[in-house]
Design a protein around this ligand. Sequence first.
Ligand SMILES: NC(=O)C1=CN([C@@H]2O[C@H](COP(=O)(O)OP(=O)(O)OC[C@H]3O[C@@H](n4cnc5c(N)ncnc54)[C@H](OP(=O)(O)O)[C@@H]3O)[C@@H](O)[C@H]2O)C=CC1
Ligand SMILES: O=C(O)C1=N[C@H](C(=O)O)C[C@H](O)C1
Length: 242
Amino acid sequence: MAQIGIIGSEGAMGHALARVIEDAGHTLSGGIDRGGDAAALADASDVLVDFSAPQALDANLHAAIGAGVPLVIGTTGLEDRHHAAIDEAARAVAVLQTGNTSLGVTLLAHLVREAAARLGPDWDVEIMEMHHRRKVDAPSGTALLLGEAAAAGRGIDLAAHAERGRDGHTGARQEGAIGFAALRGGTVAGEHSVILAGEEERLTLSHSAENRSIFARGAIRAAEWLIGRAPGRYSMDEVLGL
Ligand SMILES: NC(=O)C1=CN([C@@H]2O[C@H](COP(=O)(O)OP(=O)(O)OC[C@H]3O[C@@H](n4cnc5c(N)ncnc54)[C@H](OP(=O)(O)O)[C@@H]3O)[C@@H](O)[C@H]2O)C=CC1
Ligand SMILES: O=C(O)C1=N[C@H](C(=O)O)C[C@H](O)C1
Protein backbone atom coordinates (compact mmCIF):
# COMPACT_ATOMS: atom_id res chain seq x y z
CA MET A 1 0.00 0.00 0.00
CA ALA A 2 1.68 3.19 -1.16
CA GLN A 3 0.96 6.91 -0.96
CA ILE A 4 1.06 8.06 -4.59
CA GLY A 5 1.08 11.70 -5.69
CA ILE A 6 -0.07 12.75 -9.17
CA ILE A 7 1.35 15.71 -11.10
CA GLY A 8 -1.21 16.63 -13.78
CA SER A 9 -4.02 15.29 -11.63
CA GLU A 10 -6.89 17.09 -13.39
CA GLY A 11 -5.78 15.97 -16.85
CA ALA A 12 -6.99 12.97 -18.82
CA MET A 13 -4.16 10.80 -17.54
CA GLY A 14 -4.48 12.18 -14.02
CA HIS A 15 -8.05 10.92 -13.84
CA ALA A 16 -7.08 7.52 -15.28
CA LEU A 17 -4.25 7.24 -12.73
CA ALA A 18 -6.54 8.07 -9.80
CA ARG A 19 -8.87 5.20 -10.79
CA VAL A 20 -5.99 2.70 -10.98
CA ILE A 21 -4.54 3.89 -7.65
CA GLU A 22 -7.88 3.23 -5.97
CA ASP A 23 -8.41 -0.14 -7.72
CA ALA A 24 -4.91 -1.27 -6.71
CA GLY A 25 -5.55 -0.45 -3.04
CA HIS A 26 -3.07 2.43 -2.88
CA THR A 27 -3.79 5.88 -1.45
CA LEU A 28 -3.80 9.07 -3.48
CA SER A 29 -1.59 11.35 -1.38
CA GLY A 30 -2.67 14.34 -3.44
CA GLY A 31 -2.59 15.88 -6.87
CA ILE A 32 -1.32 19.11 -8.39
CA ASP A 33 -1.68 20.95 -11.66
CA ARG A 34 -0.21 24.19 -13.04
CA GLY A 35 0.87 26.40 -10.12
CA GLY A 36 0.71 23.54 -7.60
CA ASP A 37 3.31 22.85 -4.89
CA ALA A 38 5.34 19.85 -6.05
CA ALA A 39 7.56 19.93 -2.95
CA ALA A 40 4.60 19.62 -0.55
CA LEU A 41 3.16 16.81 -2.67
CA ALA A 42 6.49 14.98 -2.63
CA ASP A 43 6.74 15.32 1.17
CA ALA A 44 3.35 13.60 1.49
CA SER A 45 4.13 10.79 -0.99
CA ASP A 46 6.07 7.53 -1.29
CA VAL A 47 6.34 8.09 -5.05
CA LEU A 48 5.36 10.75 -7.59
CA VAL A 49 3.79 10.11 -11.00
CA ASP A 50 4.07 12.95 -13.53
CA PHE A 51 1.81 13.17 -16.59
CA SER A 52 1.71 16.93 -17.09
CA ALA A 53 3.88 19.17 -19.27
CA PRO A 54 7.65 19.58 -19.94
CA GLN A 55 7.60 23.00 -18.21
CA ALA A 56 6.85 21.20 -14.93
CA LEU A 57 9.87 18.91 -15.10
CA ASP A 58 12.50 20.96 -13.27
CA ALA A 59 10.21 21.62 -10.29
CA ASN A 60 9.19 17.96 -10.18
CA LEU A 61 12.77 16.69 -10.19
CA HIS A 62 13.71 19.24 -7.53
CA ALA A 63 10.77 18.16 -5.35
CA ALA A 64 11.56 14.45 -5.74
CA ILE A 65 15.19 15.01 -4.77
CA GLY A 66 14.23 17.24 -1.82
CA ALA A 67 11.88 14.63 -0.37
CA GLY A 68 13.99 11.64 -1.46
CA VAL A 69 11.09 10.01 -3.30
CA PRO A 70 11.16 8.24 -6.67
CA LEU A 71 9.49 9.71 -9.74
CA VAL A 72 7.74 8.19 -12.77
CA ILE A 73 7.75 10.59 -15.74
CA GLY A 74 5.21 9.90 -18.49
CA THR A 75 5.12 13.46 -19.81
CA THR A 76 6.16 13.70 -23.47
CA GLY A 77 7.56 16.50 -25.61
CA LEU A 78 10.82 16.40 -23.65
CA GLU A 79 13.96 17.88 -25.23
CA ASP A 80 17.65 17.02 -24.80
CA ARG A 81 18.00 19.47 -21.90
CA HIS A 82 15.13 17.72 -20.08
CA HIS A 83 16.82 14.34 -20.52
CA ALA A 84 20.07 15.81 -19.18
CA ALA A 85 18.19 17.08 -16.11
CA ILE A 86 16.64 13.62 -15.59
CA ASP A 87 20.10 11.99 -15.82
CA GLU A 88 21.39 14.43 -13.21
CA ALA A 89 18.41 13.85 -10.87
CA ALA A 90 18.84 10.08 -11.22
CA ARG A 91 22.12 10.42 -9.34
CA ALA A 92 20.05 11.29 -6.25
CA VAL A 93 16.72 9.44 -6.63
CA ALA A 94 15.18 6.60 -8.64
CA VAL A 95 13.58 7.92 -11.86
CA LEU A 96 11.77 6.19 -14.69
CA GLN A 97 10.95 8.16 -17.85
CA THR A 98 9.20 6.69 -20.86
CA GLY A 99 7.06 7.89 -23.73
CA ASN A 100 4.75 4.94 -23.24
CA THR A 101 4.07 2.92 -20.08
CA SER A 102 2.05 0.15 -21.78
CA LEU A 103 3.19 -3.46 -21.96
CA GLY A 104 2.35 -3.64 -25.67
CA VAL A 105 4.52 -0.70 -26.72
CA THR A 106 7.37 -1.76 -24.45
CA LEU A 107 7.43 -5.12 -26.25
CA LEU A 108 6.87 -3.49 -29.65
CA ALA A 109 10.11 -1.53 -29.24
CA HIS A 110 12.00 -4.83 -29.00
CA LEU A 111 10.31 -6.15 -32.15
CA VAL A 112 11.10 -2.96 -34.05
CA ARG A 113 14.75 -3.07 -33.03
CA GLU A 114 14.99 -6.69 -34.11
CA ALA A 115 13.22 -6.12 -37.44
CA ALA A 116 15.32 -3.05 -38.28
CA ALA A 117 18.52 -4.95 -37.48
CA ARG A 118 17.62 -8.10 -39.39
CA LEU A 119 16.13 -6.46 -42.47
CA GLY A 120 19.01 -4.02 -42.86
CA PRO A 121 19.34 -0.57 -44.41
CA ASP A 122 17.62 -1.40 -47.73
CA TRP A 123 14.32 -1.40 -45.85
CA ASP A 124 13.08 2.14 -45.24
CA VAL A 125 11.65 2.83 -41.77
CA GLU A 126 8.59 5.09 -41.48
CA ILE A 127 6.70 5.71 -38.24
CA MET A 128 3.08 6.83 -38.29
CA GLU A 129 1.03 7.85 -35.26
CA MET A 130 -2.48 9.15 -34.63
CA HIS A 131 -3.77 10.80 -31.45
CA HIS A 132 -6.75 12.77 -30.19
CA ARG A 133 -7.24 16.39 -31.20
CA ARG A 134 -5.99 17.76 -27.81
CA LYS A 135 -2.46 16.39 -28.11
CA VAL A 136 0.11 19.22 -28.14
CA ASP A 137 3.40 17.50 -29.04
CA ALA A 138 4.51 15.77 -32.25
CA PRO A 139 5.89 13.29 -33.03
CA SER A 140 4.48 11.49 -30.01
CA GLY A 141 6.83 10.28 -27.29
CA THR A 142 6.01 6.75 -28.38
CA ALA A 143 6.89 7.44 -32.02
CA LEU A 144 10.26 8.80 -30.88
CA LEU A 145 10.81 5.80 -28.59
CA LEU A 146 10.09 3.47 -31.54
CA GLY A 147 12.39 5.57 -33.73
CA GLU A 148 15.16 5.13 -31.15
CA ALA A 149 14.54 1.38 -31.21
CA ALA A 150 14.82 1.27 -35.03
CA ALA A 151 17.95 3.43 -34.92
CA ALA A 152 19.49 1.14 -32.29
CA GLY A 153 18.73 -1.87 -34.52
CA ARG A 154 20.47 -0.11 -37.40
CA GLY A 155 23.37 1.08 -35.22
CA ILE A 156 22.72 4.73 -36.15
CA ASP A 157 21.92 7.96 -34.30
CA LEU A 158 18.23 8.88 -34.53
CA ALA A 159 18.80 12.64 -34.37
CA ALA A 160 21.05 12.47 -37.42
CA HIS A 161 18.60 10.36 -39.45
CA ALA A 162 15.11 11.54 -38.49
CA GLU A 163 12.92 13.09 -41.21
CA ARG A 164 10.10 14.97 -39.48
CA GLY A 165 7.31 17.15 -40.82
CA ARG A 166 7.81 16.66 -44.56
CA ASP A 167 6.06 19.36 -46.58
CA GLY A 168 6.50 20.89 -50.02
CA HIS A 169 9.41 20.01 -52.34
CA THR A 170 11.36 17.92 -49.87
CA GLY A 171 13.54 16.08 -52.35
CA ALA A 172 13.83 12.30 -52.34
CA ARG A 173 13.95 10.36 -49.13
CA GLN A 174 17.48 10.30 -47.64
CA GLU A 175 19.12 6.88 -47.56
CA GLY A 176 18.89 5.44 -44.05
CA ALA A 177 16.29 8.00 -42.93
CA ILE A 178 13.73 7.23 -40.23
CA GLY A 179 10.57 9.11 -41.18
CA PHE A 180 7.77 10.37 -38.91
CA ALA A 181 4.17 11.29 -39.70
CA ALA A 182 1.72 12.59 -37.09
CA LEU A 183 -2.07 12.64 -37.46
CA ARG A 184 -4.43 14.36 -35.01
CA GLY A 185 -8.18 14.07 -34.59
CA GLY A 186 -11.13 12.93 -32.55
CA THR A 187 -10.58 10.97 -29.37
CA VAL A 188 -7.96 8.44 -30.51
CA ALA A 189 -6.07 7.19 -27.42
CA GLY A 190 -2.94 6.22 -29.37
CA GLU A 191 -2.18 4.42 -32.66
CA HIS A 192 1.37 3.68 -33.76
CA SER A 193 2.67 1.84 -36.81
CA VAL A 194 6.25 1.21 -37.78
CA ILE A 195 6.43 0.44 -41.49
CA LEU A 196 9.51 -1.25 -42.93
CA ALA A 197 9.28 -0.74 -46.68
CA GLY A 198 11.49 -2.86 -48.91
CA GLU A 199 11.54 -3.82 -52.60
CA GLU A 200 7.99 -4.90 -53.45
CA GLU A 201 7.06 -5.79 -49.86
CA ARG A 202 6.29 -4.05 -46.57
CA LEU A 203 6.27 -5.16 -42.98
CA THR A 204 4.07 -3.20 -40.55
CA LEU A 205 4.33 -3.50 -36.76
CA SER A 206 1.46 -1.77 -34.97
CA HIS A 207 0.03 -1.01 -31.55
CA SER A 208 -3.44 0.32 -30.73
CA ALA A 209 -4.34 1.76 -27.35
CA GLU A 210 -8.08 1.30 -26.81
CA ASN A 211 -8.12 3.66 -23.83
CA ARG A 212 -5.81 5.37 -21.31
CA SER A 213 -6.13 2.73 -18.64
CA ILE A 214 -3.26 0.75 -20.20
CA PHE A 215 -0.93 3.73 -19.66
CA ALA A 216 -2.22 4.30 -16.13
CA ARG A 217 -1.80 0.63 -15.14
CA GLY A 218 1.75 0.60 -16.51
CA ALA A 219 2.63 3.82 -14.71
CA ILE A 220 1.34 2.57 -11.35
CA ARG A 221 3.17 -0.71 -11.83
CA ALA A 222 6.33 1.34 -12.44
CA ALA A 223 5.63 3.47 -9.36
CA GLU A 224 5.25 0.35 -7.17
CA TRP A 225 8.48 -1.05 -8.60
CA LEU A 226 10.47 2.17 -8.00
CA ILE A 227 9.70 2.47 -4.28
CA GLY A 228 12.80 1.55 -2.31
CA ARG A 229 15.06 1.41 -5.39
CA ALA A 230 18.54 2.91 -5.33
CA PRO A 231 19.05 6.17 -7.23
CA GLY A 232 19.28 5.61 -10.98
CA ARG A 233 17.43 5.94 -14.26
CA TYR A 234 15.27 2.88 -14.86
CA SER A 235 13.21 1.62 -17.81
CA MET A 236 9.86 -0.09 -18.42
CA ASP A 237 11.85 -3.11 -19.66
CA GLU A 238 13.18 -3.53 -16.14
CA VAL A 239 9.76 -3.01 -14.53
CA LEU A 240 8.10 -5.56 -16.82
CA GLY A 241 11.04 -7.97 -16.87
CA LEU A 242 11.28 -7.89 -20.69
N1 LIG B 1 4.04 7.93 -21.24
C1 LIG B 1 2.79 7.53 -21.50
O1 LIG B 1 2.48 6.33 -21.51
C2 LIG B 1 1.75 8.57 -21.75
C3 LIG B 1 2.10 9.88 -21.77
N2 LIG B 1 1.16 10.85 -21.89
C4 LIG B 1 1.62 12.22 -21.77
O2 LIG B 1 1.18 12.73 -20.51
C5 LIG B 1 1.01 14.15 -20.61
C6 LIG B 1 -0.40 14.52 -20.13
O3 LIG B 1 -1.35 13.97 -21.01
P1 LIG B 1 -2.92 14.26 -20.78
O4 LIG B 1 -3.31 13.82 -19.42
O5 LIG B 1 -3.60 13.69 -21.96
O6 LIG B 1 -2.92 15.85 -20.89
P2 LIG B 1 -4.00 16.87 -20.27
O7 LIG B 1 -3.81 18.13 -21.03
O8 LIG B 1 -5.33 16.25 -20.23
O9 LIG B 1 -3.51 17.06 -18.76
C7 LIG B 1 -2.32 17.69 -18.42
C8 LIG B 1 -2.42 18.15 -16.98
O10 LIG B 1 -1.14 18.63 -16.59
C9 LIG B 1 -1.34 19.87 -15.93
N3 LIG B 1 -0.20 20.77 -16.07
C10 LIG B 1 0.15 21.55 -17.11
N4 LIG B 1 1.26 22.25 -16.83
C11 LIG B 1 1.60 21.91 -15.57
C12 LIG B 1 2.65 22.31 -14.71
N5 LIG B 1 3.56 23.20 -15.09
N6 LIG B 1 2.71 21.74 -13.48
C13 LIG B 1 1.79 20.83 -13.08
N7 LIG B 1 0.77 20.44 -13.84
C14 LIG B 1 0.67 20.98 -15.08
C15 LIG B 1 -2.57 20.49 -16.59
O11 LIG B 1 -3.11 21.43 -15.69
P3 LIG B 1 -3.64 22.85 -16.19
O12 LIG B 1 -4.94 22.53 -16.87
O13 LIG B 1 -3.75 23.63 -14.92
O14 LIG B 1 -2.63 23.39 -17.16
C16 LIG B 1 -3.44 19.27 -16.79
O15 LIG B 1 -4.24 19.00 -15.66
C17 LIG B 1 1.29 14.50 -22.07
O16 LIG B 1 2.64 14.91 -22.18
C18 LIG B 1 1.09 13.18 -22.80
O17 LIG B 1 1.75 13.08 -24.01
C19 LIG B 1 -0.16 10.56 -22.04
C20 LIG B 1 -0.57 9.26 -22.07
C21 LIG B 1 0.36 8.13 -21.93
O1 LIG C 1 -0.84 12.38 -25.33
C1 LIG C 1 -1.28 11.21 -25.33
O2 LIG C 1 -2.49 10.97 -25.26
C2 LIG C 1 -0.33 10.10 -25.41
N1 LIG C 1 0.93 10.39 -25.30
C3 LIG C 1 2.00 9.46 -25.32
C4 LIG C 1 2.90 9.73 -26.50
O3 LIG C 1 3.19 10.91 -26.78
O4 LIG C 1 3.32 8.78 -27.16
C5 LIG C 1 1.56 8.03 -25.17
C6 LIG C 1 0.26 7.69 -25.80
O5 LIG C 1 0.45 7.44 -27.15
C7 LIG C 1 -0.82 8.72 -25.52
